[in-house]
Design a protein around this ligand. Structure first.
Ligand code: ZN
Length: 465
């Protein structure tokens, strides 16, 4: 019997890494992501399998929690074939290079500090460096395209379907023969919702003998996206018309592009007050370029923009500030600016510079449009802290702080159930990529609405499929 083991995203949302071992000795790994937040220490532990024995690495999408340990996998012996979309490899390069850079920088800082007390040998080396990322790009890559079935030999084939989560994110179906019987296992990857401005809705699948489904928001339904759009519009109008500025900490991939589309729609309708909008994040600017390059995979709305304007995200008020000197010039603007900058959870990046210049002023507004993980500066502010420390300086927050929860790139409980109900034949259900308490709520709801059992996958548990 084929076996699946999860070495990440088991009873937690990060570190996605699932191993499918087939009877004929072929091993497929689905994602190899980084653990983040309170489980970060897991990244340094051994994988739980021998990377040199993996034949194929299938990547669902380019978020760090799905790709962040690939350089480590290669360092430790993986030399098989990567199968994914070309755009995912492009986005992954931006994400992994940024991750390597941050690791190298924090290692250098920690090393210098430790040197002063003679403990530099105890400072852990980065998980990987930029050179390790380059090695990933020397491996053979087989391009996946939606709906095309790739044969891997040995009676194995894989099909990538649109997951609607970020650019070219995939649901992956793997079919193989076992004792003369054809079987299919589906990994949902991260599933998007049906109301995304930038991404088309997730594809419907016909059948699966086993489904490994994400359960990030298995416990709840989101506030409507429309409501969130209106909320953002109201904040922008009020702040800009009051000669203030709006700061939006944003994730580089997907959320930024969605916010840009929203602002462009507002501009089109004549609802956006005259202002200057700055996309002040090199990583988000690069990601936006990659989105443009693969525009065929984006929503109808994006392609309509492209046809009409010759650009998807651009419009007269928008400025890209790639270089540091351009970013610093924003500080000279007194009012009527919307500044979108990273990091999304404010634990670094250019947003901190803008915090220093703008948060003490009550005319300004700070708008959170993404989930803030516990322990981050963003979360502290969302939870009510109004005195923060940035670059060793205390700052009192007098700007209005808003949190808009409806912009999620993930399906919510009813989206997930509806998606599963659309299968014509669905075998066993396994829950991955979710926190345990939320998975339990989801499990009950699946039983109630679908009259089916769902199993919550534990780390490294052996599951026959
Ligand atoms: Zn994701």
């Amino acid at each position: 019997m084929a076996i699946v083991q999860s070495f990440g995203a088991a009873e937690t949302v990060t570190g996605s890494c699932h191993l499918l071992q087939l009877q004929n000795g072929i091993n497929l790994l689905i994602d190899c992501g980084m653990f983040q937040g309170s489980v970060e220490a897991h990244n340094r532990k051994p994988f739980g399998f021998d990377p040199s024995e993996i034949d194929f690495l299938l990547i669902t999408h380019a978020h760090l929690d799905h790709i962040g340990r690939i350089p480590k996998l290669v360092k430790e012996g993986f030399s098989g074939t990567i199968i994914t979309h070309n755009s995912t490899m492009d986005l992954a390069e931006v994400v992994l290079m940024d991750s390597a850079k941050l690791q190298e920088e924090s290692y250098k800082t920690a090393y210098k500090k430790a040197q002063r007390i003679g403990e530099e040998k105890s400072v852990p080396k980065p998980l990987y460096e930029k050179d390790d990322v380059r090695l990933v790009y020397q491996l053979p890559v087989r391009e996946a395209r939606y709906d095309e079935t790739l044969s891997l030999g040995h009676g194995i084939s894989v099909t990538f379907k649109n997951a609607g989560h970020i650019l070219d994110s995939a649901i992956i179906r793997i079919t193989f023969e076992e004792d003369g019987v054809s079987k299919s296992v589906v990994f949902s990857g991260d599933l998007g919702n049906n109301n995304d401005l930038v991404m088309p809705s997730p594809d419907i699948l016909e059948e699966a003998d086993a489904l490994f489904i994400e359960s990030t928001y298995g416990d709840r339904n989101h506030k409507g996206v429309e409501e969130s759009d209106e909320e953002l519009e109201a904040i922008i109008k009020e702040t800009i018309n009051n000669e203030g500025n709006v700061l939006i900490p944003s994730f580089a991939i997907e959320r930024t592009q969605e916010i840009l589309c929203l602002l462009k729609q507002m501009y089109d309708r004549g609802d956006l007050p005259v202002c200057k909008i700055y996309l002040d994040s090199p990583m988000a600017i690069r990601a936006t370029e990659i989105y443009k390059a693969y525009h065929e995979e984006l929503s109808e709305c994006c392609n309509a923009f492209l046809e009409r304007d010759g650009t998807i995200f651009g419009f007269p008020y928008l400025n890209y500030t790639l270089h540091v000197h351009e970013s610093m010039k924003i500080n000279e603007e007194e009012s009527r600016c919307i500044i979108i900058a990273g990091a999304g959870m404010c634990n670094g990046g250019r947003i901190l510079q803008h915090f220093k210049h703008r948060l003490w002023n009550e005319k300004n507004a700070l708008v959170f449009v993404g989930y803030q993980v516990e322990g981050t500066l963003g979360r502290k502010i969302v939870d009510g802290e109004r005195k923060i420390r940035v670059y060793n300086e205390d700052i009192i927050i007098k700007a209005a702080v808003h949190t808009i929860n409806g912009f999620s790139a993930h399906a919510d409980q009813s989206d997930l159930i509806e998606w599963m109900q659309s299968f014509k034949r669905l075998g066993k259900i396994f829950l991955i990529h979710g926190e345990r308490d939320k998975q339990e709520i989801f499990q009950k709801e699946i039983r109630k609405q679908m009259d089916k059992k769902a199993h919550i996958v534990k780390y490294a548990e052996t599951i026959g499929v």
